[in-house]
Design a protein around this ligand. Structure first.
Ligand SMILES: [Zn+2]
Length: 401
């Protein structure tokens, strides 16, 4: 065997290794084309990026495939959430299984004397307990979360700075804290792709460092924790945080028709902000950063549904949050689903004609529905009616005023 022939074998072996490792050059496989013809078969396979996005939106697909991914999956960048969230202060006890250090307590007066209850700083029906045949019912609703300070000066003044929980725009900052029990407060707008606009609210601040109309990044400084607003003292200093939806862009018109006092806060009056369960959302988002508020709300329990007449237009909040608009073409009425705290989560067309808003479904409950619905509904069991407050609330959501 001559030396030249050995070299030739090595060259072939090297070429085979190169083909195995890097693949055959595609151009050599492609049949000759005349420009407009159909692309060769492997070119209509999804690219690595498309394959990855298809995998993330169709996780349940188990269809067998005989195609081989063109790039190793490990090389793909991890999918990015539409928006990242964080806690607004340095207090992260919520994520460390230490709720008593995270929530600011409320004072509760019992026959045995006053006690401090940290649960009262949570979201939802956490205040004013009352004993009923159905067990203890908390009749007072708290629309956000009260986060305790981690730093105080010698006088007991909180020193914590308060930061944006996500990227957004400064939508509102109060200049007249006396007209609201929020005290000094700031509202940020977060535009979350197809989820639509969500708003975060930071209340009881001692000072504000942002100007409306300016962008802010997640973690950006908003102001300092304080104890401005009604029913709060230095001892109970905290930031009250809400995350939710603006119910109507026509709020000022609605307010003018329903209230005698002037509204000093425009769209950002508390009545126009429907706060979701911000504690559960931030906890769930901490576990799964891909979870956005729209998906979170879609898995919340529906407590009641209201059928309202169709006034010839889509319901505003569903038009601006298309994930909420379900079902087919418009009909004579709309059926709006609410959580027990009154956050709208679905709007579907209804063939059930309604001259005025009616309760079309309520989750059966042996006690009074008013306890569970912030007094929006009266009645008990599987029947309920809208109270006066409930009727006004539904008018605002339906834009029918
Ligand atoms: Zn609060």
């Amino acid at each position: 065997m001559g030396l030249a022939r050995v070299k030739y074998r090595w060259l072939i072996a090297l070429l085979i290794i190169l083909v195995i490792v890097f693949g055959w050059p595609r151009k050599l496989l492609r049949p000759p084309t005349n420009g407009d013809s159909q692309p060769a078969k492997e070119e209509i396979q999804p690219s690595a990026e498309e394959a990855s996005s298809a995998a993330s939106t169709e996780e349940a697909s188990t269809e067998p495939t005989d195609t081989v991914p063109v790039a190793p999956v490990a090389l793909l960048p991890p999918p990015e959430p539409l928006m990242r969230f964080q806690l607004p202060t340095a207090n992260d006890a919520l994520f460390k299984n230490s709720p008593a250090d995270f929530f600011m307590f409320v004072d509760r007066y019992t026959p045995q004397g006053p006690v401090q209850v940290w649960e009262g700083g949570g979201y939802g029906f956490v205040r004013n307990p009352r004993d009923t045949p159905q067990g203890t019912v908390f009749t007072k609703f708290h629309e956000g979360v009260d986060i305790a300070p981690v730093q105080r000066d010698a006088k007991g003044e909180p020193q914590d700075s308060v930061h944006a929980i996500a990227d957004g725009m400064v939508a509102y900052a109060t200049t007249s804290p006396r007209t609201s029990n929020y005290g000094h407060y700031v509202v940020l707008r977060h535009t979350i792709g197809k989820a639509g606009d969500f708003y975060s609210l930071y209340a009881h601040l001692s000072g504000i460092d942002v100007v409306p109309g300016t962008p802010i990044q997640r973690g950006g400084l908003i102001g300092r924790m304080g104890h401005t607003g009604d029913g709060i003292d230095r001892r109970r200093s905290h930031v009250h945080l809400e995350l939710g939806l603006i119910l109507s862009e026509r709020f000022e018109e609605y307010y003018g028709k329903n209230y005698k006092l002037a509204n000093g806060h425009g769209l950002f009056h508390g009545t126009n902000l429907a706060g979701l369960d911000v504690v559960s959302f931030l906890t769930a988002n901490h576990q799964d950063p891909m979870l956005m508020p729209d998906a979170f709300l879609q898995r919340e329990e529906v407590y009641y549904k209201i059928t309202v007449p169709n006034r010839g237009r889509e319901i505003e909040i569903a038009a601006s949050h298309p994930w909420m608009r379900q079902g087919g073409a418009a009909d004579v009425a709309w059926e709006i689903s609410f959580t027990r705290s009154g956050v709208p989560v679905a709007v579907v067309p209804s063939a059930q004609a309604a001259a005025f808003p009616v309760v079309s479904w309520v989750k059966p409950f042996a006690g009074y529905h008013s306890w569970n619905t912030r007094s929006m509904l009266g009645g008990s069991g599987s029947t309920a009616t809208l109270t006066t407050a409930g009727s006004h609330f539904v008018q605002l959501v339906a834009g029918d005023f």
